[in-house]
Ligand binder design. Sequence first.
Ligand code: IPE
Ligand code: IPE
Ligand code: MG
Length: 264
Amino acid sequence: MKPRTAIPEGLDQKERELFLTLDPKHLPRHIAIIMDGNGRWARGRHLPRIAGHRSGVESVRSTCETAARIGIPNLTLYAFSAENWKRRPKTEVGFLMKLLVTYLKQEVATLNKNNIRLEYIGRKHELPEDVQATMAWAREATARNTGMTLTLALNYGARSELADAFSAIVESAAKNGGLEHLRRKGIDEDAISRHLYTAHLPDPDLVIRTSGEMRLSNFLLWQLAYSEIYVTDVLWPDFRGKHLLEAIADFQKRERRFGGLGKT
Ligand code: IPE
Ligand code: IPE
Ligand code: MG
């Protein structure tokens, strides 16, 4: 008889049912989410776009809690792209910055309760100083947690991350007097991975995008090379822990081949 899987504490009824359909030994080690559709969610309710962003905070909480409870080691959320920063009206960007500060201040308690450690990827130094200060405070306040690592992608762009990685490789070679060595040996894949903002993370096994858009929008282009892609029509403010479990159930049905021949 199959041994009964222990159901993690804190899941609601629907989540418990979905959890029982999963193979707990084959959970993704890293899930990345493109949280999209806030504006459309608001428009559907005749509300301003910012109401969608505000509502998305509850989705972040639910998703993080469920991921931590079922034992996902790494969750990365695309919160704000480098292009969002440049291409959206100042008022919307300003609101998103304020929302981020409010989120961090109010959610540190929830993160600590769930043993979640906070990290960031993206060009932090371009963000307003008060935002950077709150980010540093929240990271420090959760630094001793040993459960899931939650990485927020803020002012993040995969192409600028790669450009930064190449610059860092050259920079460190120059510092160590190794430019000639670098020229002879060239740059290998390991060196690139080690100089990305995500050097501390395994590549995502699963990437989820909400709101039905079938594109990566400059998210983790290097790291997603062999990730399974799951797109749902659910708009981010409607996304909850149960949707995460549905995505994981779908992931567990996939056959990952990594360029090989697989089982058939
Ligand atoms: C995602 O929602 C949040 C951010 C990009 C900050 P959007 O604001 O992109 O919402 P839509 O795509 O316009 O519906
Ligand atoms: C991607 O969503 C960025 C985030 C979710 C933070 P966008 O809404 O910015 O992407 P596009 O513009 O539709 O590609
Ligand atoms: Mg969008």
